[in-house]
Ligand binder design. Structure first.
Ligand code: ACO
Length: 380
């Protein structure tokens, strides 16, 4: 009997130096640094640099990255036009996927045959930085156009996180909000061989281009078992309404065998290492916006669900209400995840290409036995 590992659960498929997830110690290291320390001390741009290059940037290196990031921040007119072609009631992840696809097609235009598609390390780093820089405007514009608002031009006097909020809301966010948002971006940036990153690595392993790999990763992230869960958490909060409804709501949800989004993880079984940091950011936002009701519902659902099922929250559980408090529409949550995770995806794509082997697993056939088309006579 072949030992099938459904969902590749527990299968180690390659080495990575990008991040280390340790469910035993409940820790997550980016290039060796605990993610909590990075979230508490670094701007997201510095963490992007770390993921790509393996070391935190010096002041000069950070300034250089920031200069390039500012150069590619604005929403290009043709990218805006293609987004405008996506139906307003399509999911914004489709919008983001389409926009990235166009950016890739433009960037690679005239680059020759598919044999050159995968690019060299310098080209791929430059492509990664351009996508990192372009995504906030795409995500911000998506939310604005659904609200019937014009795009807001970037502000070059603001760093990544502050500018992202500026382009989304058209007003400068308070420092405490910028800080919580920056932390969330860092926490979402990277998580080893998760489904979307693995998708990106599979595509890169065929020597396709970085943009194609990111487009595929966006498709994988959309699903509610992965990135789509942060959006789903808010739907659940909306359904429950207030803390006092949690008990009866949970009785019914569990009787219907529903999955409670924002809980559970393939790797962490005793709690997600990123949750305490994001929960602290949520607490700060709850104080800032004076919304104790959000915390009451959060705490009640968490304690009831953990008590009944022994399944702990994942990062999407605190990030969903945090993004809601900041003012993001629920549909924008997963695109925010894209803007963060593009750093991890591209670091992995470059790592894959640096020591590539085509990813091509085997399967055990369990279909019908060999059979033949009636009346078929092979050519003599
Ligand atoms: N709600 C209810 N039951 C759950 C949940 C949940 N959130 N998570 C796991 N379980 C139960 C399953 O029903 C299953 O029970 P059973 O053995 O009685 O059938 C058991 O726990 C094992 O669950 P699996 O889904 O098989 O475990 P897996 O390791 O594949 O699950 C997953 C990981 C997919 C994330 C799962 O916990 C889930 O669906 N959670 C909700 C979606 C979610 O929050 N995803 C975000 C992931 S983190 C991220 O992308 C940042």
């Amino acid at each position: 009997m072949t030992d099938i590992k459904k969902g590749l659960a527990g299968v180690v498929v390659d080495y990575t130096a990008v991040s280390k997830v340790n469910p035993e110690t409940n820790s997550l290291l980016y290039r060796g640094y605990p993610v909590q320390e990075l979230a508490a001390t670094q701007p997201f741009e510095a963490v992007a640099y770390l993921l790509w290059k393996g070391e935190l940037p010096t002041d000069v290196e950070l300034a250089r990255l920031r200069a390039v990031e500012r150069e590619y921040r604005a929403l290009a007119p043709d990218v805006r036009a293609v987004i405008d072609h996506v139906p307003l009631d399509a999911h914004p992840m489709d919008e983001v996927r389409t926009a990235v696809s166009l950016i890739g097609a433009k960037d690679l235009a005239g680059s020759g045959s598919v044999l050159d598609a995968s690019g060299n390390p310098d080209e791929n780093l430059a492509r990664s930085i351009r996508l990192f820089a372009a995504l906030p405007a795409i995500v911000a514009y998506g939310q604005r156009r659904r609200r019937g608002q014009e795009p807001v031009a970037p502000r070059n006097d603001l760093d990544y996180a502050a500018n992202f909020l500026w382009m989304t809301f058209g007003e400068e966010a308070d420092d405490v909000v910028v800080d919580a948002f920056n932390r969330s971006m860092i926490l979402y940036a990277e998580h080893s061989f998760n489904a979307s990153t693995f998708t990106g690595r599979v595509i890169a392993s065929t020597l396709s281009d970085l943009y194609s790999a990111v487009v595929g990763a966006i498709g994988a992230l959309k699903g509610p078992l992965h990135g789509g869960a942060n959006e789903a958490v808010l739907h659940i909060f909306d359904e429950i309404g207030e803390a006092s409804n949690v008990g009866p709501w949970l009785d019914q949800a569990l009787a219907e065998k529903r999955k409670i989004m924002g809980f559970g993880h393939r790797v962490y079984k005793r709690g997600d290492s990123r949750v305490p940091t994001m929960k602290a950011a949520l607490d700060t936002l709850v104080n800032h916006y004076d919304r104790p009701d959000v915390l009451a519902l959060y705490d009640e659902l968490e304690s009831e669900f953990v008590a009944r099922k022994g399944i702990y929250p994942n990062l999407d559980y605190p990030s969903g209400p945090a993004y809601n408090l900041i003012g993001f529409d629920t549909l924008t949550f997963t695109p925010l995840f894209v803007a963060a995770r593009v750093t991890g995806w591209t670091a992995h794509i470059m790592e894959q290409l640096a020591s590539n082997a085509l990813i091509r697993p085997l399967s055990e056939y369990n279909g019908p036995d060999e059979r033949h088309i009636e009346g078929y006579v092979p050519d003599a």
